[in-house]
Design a protein around this ligand. Structure first.
Ligand code: NAD
Length: 347
């Protein structure tokens, strides 16, 4: 008999890292042979997008400024029409996971190359995953061609993140790392990425929240989020991401806030059955990881419970049953009664 064989795949990508790296975007598009750039930007990145548009000069073919969370197909169709109208030959996304998701959706439909310039810690820029919504149903696909070929991490773009987004988006990244530690297809490589990501996030986040405009803290947090995104790209998601998908899809909840409030509850549920993750997180936190993450999550001044997010209590059981019927791989079997209790606690 042979043992279980695990496959570790890395995607070819070119990653630029450093303060001011956004100024290299025009050169990066030239490197791709692009003469007609479609620029997609989150509303929050308007000023940076204006600068980039100026730097691209005549190579800017068009701009689309209204990416929407969870990549609704209707918005993608609208952007696709613009892309064809302006005859774009590359797509640059500047913003959070919503802008990057839209660029992925356009690229997978047209084969055009992408440059992703993230301004949050969601990590989508390094994953081959695309979630799209149509008629209120979110479907997720995974294909190596979906991952942007060029990623530009400029920590200056994160200096203005409000405290709430900083906190919840960083906990979203931490969730990618934590689930990689207990994933059934974890390898030495994914463990290394996940451990460094979790260490970077847990040790840097309090300092960044205390001094949000300090570049060195922002830089380490962003690079930790990069590693966390690589974890998401390389390992299978477990109960945490399944709950986020199920609740987020059913009740249309904000992505990062939902991740942030769920994480301590999933840690409490899973860590007793995940000794490697428990040991590494205990070493990083120097104490009880559940308490440390719960304290961080509670520090959010926005919604910190499912109730506050507007989830009806009587809807929890049905979500738990759906999750239990077709669970993502998870160290502890998520039976419906136990998951209901977890959700009740988060409520
Ligand atoms: P987002 O992109 O929706 O941004 C949230 C809000 O923050 C927006 O209003 C945005 O304009 C603003 N914002 C972004 N960056 C900012 C900054 N630096 N300063 C101030 N405001 C800023 O949120 P997100 O959490 O980054 O992304 C969520 C989306 O990404 C969801 O659709 C989720 O499904 C997707 N996602 C996909 C993957 C993947 O691998 N496919 C991974 C993570 C997230």
């Amino acid at each position: 008999a042979t043992g279980q064989i695990t496959v570790h795949e890395t995607l070819p990508s070119r990653v630029l890292v450093g303060a001011g790296a956004r100024r290299a975007v025009p050169e990066e598009t030239e490197r791709l042979g692009s003469r007609r750039v479609l620029l997609i930007a989150s509303g929050s990145a308007r000023a940076v997008a204006d600068d980039l548009a100026g730097a691209l000069g005549p190579r800017l073919a068009g701009r689309f400024d209204r990416p929407v969370v969870h990549t609704p197909v209707a918005v993608t169709d609208e952007a696709l029409e613009l892309l064809r109208e302006v005859d774009a030959d590359s797509v640059v996304a500047l913003g959070g996971g919503s802008a990057i998701g839209l660029a992925k959706a356009l690229s997978v439909r047209t084969g055009l190359p992408q440059v992703a310039v993230p301004t949050t810690y969601a990590g989508s820029e390094v994953t081959p995953v695309l979630g799209e919504t149509k008629d209120g149903v979110k479907t997720t696909r995974r294909d190596p061609v979906i991952a942007p070929g060029t990623v530009v991490y400029d920590p200056e773009l994160t200096l203005g993140m409000p405290p709430g987004l900083t906190l919840t988006s960083a906990l979203n990244a931490l969730a990618h790392a934590v689930e990689a530690l207990w994933a059934p297809n974890a390898t030495a490589a994914s463990d290394a990425l996940a451990t460094e990501a979790a260490d970077g996030i847990l040790t840097t986040l309090p300092a960044v929240l205390a001094d949000p405009a300090r570049l060195s803290g922002r830089e380490r947090l962003q690079q930790s989020a990069w590693l966390a995104g690589l974890c998401l790209a390389q390992t299978r998601m477990g109960l945490h991401h399944q709950l986020a998908h199920a609740l987020g899809g059913t009740f249309e909840l904000p992505h990062a806030e939902l991740h942030a409030l769920l994480l301590p509850h999933v840690l409490a549920f899973n860590l007793p059955a995940a000794p490697k993750a428990a040991a590494r997180l205990a070493r990083i936190t120097g104490g009880d990881p559940v308490t440390v993450v719960a304290d961080l999550a509670r520090g959010h001044t926005g919604p910190t419970t499912l109730e506050a997010l507007g989830v009806p209590r009587d809807g929890l059981r049905a979500v738990a049953e759906r999750v239990a019927a077709q669970p993502y791989p998870n160290p502890r079997t998520p039976d419906a009664a136990a998951v209901t209790r977890l959700l009740e606690n988060a409520w």
